[in-house]
Design a protein around this ligand. Structure first.
Ligand SMILES: [Zn+2]
Length: 113
Protein backbone atom coordinates (compact mmCIF):
# COMPACT_ATOMS: atom_id res chain seq x y z
CA UNK A 1 0.00 0.00 0.00
CA UNK A 2 1.42 3.32 -1.03
CA UNK A 3 0.33 6.52 0.61
CA UNK A 4 2.24 9.09 -1.37
CA UNK A 5 1.90 9.87 -5.01
CA UNK A 6 5.00 10.17 -7.11
CA UNK A 7 5.61 13.70 -8.26
CA UNK A 8 7.57 14.84 -11.28
CA UNK A 9 10.40 15.91 -9.00
CA UNK A 10 10.51 12.51 -7.34
CA UNK A 11 10.61 10.87 -10.71
CA UNK A 12 13.55 13.00 -11.81
CA UNK A 13 15.39 12.13 -8.62
CA UNK A 14 14.68 8.41 -8.83
CA UNK A 15 14.77 7.75 -12.55
CA UNK A 16 18.47 6.88 -12.64
CA UNK A 17 18.01 4.25 -9.97
CA UNK A 18 14.91 3.07 -11.79
CA UNK A 19 16.94 2.57 -14.97
CA UNK A 20 19.57 0.68 -13.04
CA UNK A 21 16.90 -1.53 -11.50
CA UNK A 22 17.91 -0.36 -8.05
CA UNK A 23 14.46 0.64 -6.83
CA UNK A 24 12.19 -1.31 -4.58
CA UNK A 25 9.35 -2.96 -6.52
CA UNK A 26 6.68 -0.73 -4.96
CA UNK A 27 8.59 2.41 -5.78
CA UNK A 28 9.22 1.21 -9.29
CA UNK A 29 5.54 0.56 -9.86
CA UNK A 30 4.72 4.02 -8.57
CA UNK A 31 7.24 5.60 -10.90
CA UNK A 32 6.02 3.63 -13.88
CA UNK A 33 2.46 4.58 -13.05
CA UNK A 34 3.45 8.21 -13.02
CA UNK A 35 5.25 7.84 -16.33
CA UNK A 36 2.23 6.51 -18.16
CA UNK A 37 0.05 9.31 -16.83
CA UNK A 38 2.51 12.19 -17.21
CA UNK A 39 3.53 13.18 -20.73
CA UNK A 40 6.33 15.44 -19.51
CA UNK A 41 7.98 12.63 -17.56
CA UNK A 42 7.47 10.17 -20.39
CA UNK A 43 9.40 12.52 -22.67
CA UNK A 44 12.01 13.15 -20.02
CA UNK A 45 12.62 9.46 -19.39
CA UNK A 46 12.71 8.77 -23.12
CA UNK A 47 15.34 11.42 -23.73
CA UNK A 48 17.37 10.35 -20.75
CA UNK A 49 17.32 6.76 -21.92
CA UNK A 50 18.47 7.75 -25.39
CA UNK A 51 21.21 9.94 -23.97
CA UNK A 52 22.50 7.16 -21.79
CA UNK A 53 22.37 4.71 -24.67
CA UNK A 54 24.27 7.16 -26.87
CA UNK A 55 26.92 7.59 -24.24
CA UNK A 56 27.28 3.86 -23.94
CA UNK A 57 26.75 4.01 -20.23
CA UNK A 58 23.99 1.44 -20.14
CA UNK A 59 25.19 -1.55 -18.22
CA UNK A 60 21.94 -3.37 -18.74
CA UNK A 61 21.92 -6.42 -20.96
CA UNK A 62 18.81 -5.05 -22.60
CA UNK A 63 19.46 -3.87 -26.16
CA UNK A 64 18.07 -0.55 -27.38
CA UNK A 65 14.37 -0.50 -27.96
CA UNK A 66 13.35 -1.64 -31.44
CA UNK A 67 11.57 1.66 -32.02
CA UNK A 68 14.76 3.57 -31.31
CA UNK A 69 16.78 1.36 -33.63
CA UNK A 70 14.21 1.75 -36.39
CA UNK A 71 14.30 5.51 -35.96
CA UNK A 72 18.06 5.54 -36.34
CA UNK A 73 17.92 3.20 -39.30
CA UNK A 74 15.36 5.28 -41.16
CA UNK A 75 17.35 8.42 -40.42
CA UNK A 76 20.44 6.71 -41.78
CA UNK A 77 18.60 5.58 -44.91
CA UNK A 78 17.24 9.05 -45.50
CA UNK A 79 20.75 10.45 -45.33
CA UNK A 80 22.34 7.89 -47.60
CA UNK A 81 19.44 8.08 -50.07
CA UNK A 82 19.56 11.88 -50.12
CA UNK A 83 23.32 12.22 -50.59
CA UNK A 84 23.61 11.31 -54.31
CA UNK A 85 20.65 13.53 -55.15
CA UNK A 86 22.45 16.63 -53.95
CA UNK A 87 24.71 18.70 -56.19
CA UNK A 88 23.89 17.41 -59.70
CA UNK A 89 26.80 19.43 -61.13
CA UNK A 90 29.29 17.52 -59.01
CA UNK A 91 27.64 14.22 -59.74
CA UNK A 92 28.41 14.01 -63.47
CA UNK A 93 32.23 13.84 -63.27
CA UNK A 94 32.05 11.81 -60.07
CA UNK A 95 29.93 9.18 -61.78
CA UNK A 96 32.36 8.72 -64.63
CA UNK A 97 35.25 8.39 -62.21
CA UNK A 98 33.40 5.83 -60.14
CA UNK A 99 32.60 3.73 -63.20
CA UNK A 100 36.21 3.75 -64.36
CA UNK A 101 37.36 2.93 -60.86
CA UNK A 102 35.11 -0.08 -60.73
CA UNK A 103 36.55 -1.59 -63.86
CA UNK A 104 40.09 -0.75 -62.85
CA UNK A 105 39.88 -2.29 -59.42
CA UNK A 106 38.38 -5.45 -60.88
CA UNK A 107 41.28 -5.86 -63.30
CA UNK A 108 43.81 -5.08 -60.60
CA UNK A 109 42.30 -7.70 -58.38
CA UNK A 110 42.73 -10.34 -61.01
CA UNK A 111 46.27 -9.23 -61.87
CA UNK A 112 47.44 -8.92 -58.32
CA UNK A 113 47.17 -12.62 -57.66
ZN1 LIG B 1 5.62 13.88 -14.18
Amino acid sequence: MIAEHVTCQMLVELVTEWMDGALAPETRVELELHMVTCAACTTYVDQLRKTRAALGQLHDEAPPEPAVRQNLLSLFRQKTAGAPGEGPGDDAPGDAGAAADDGGSGATDGDGA
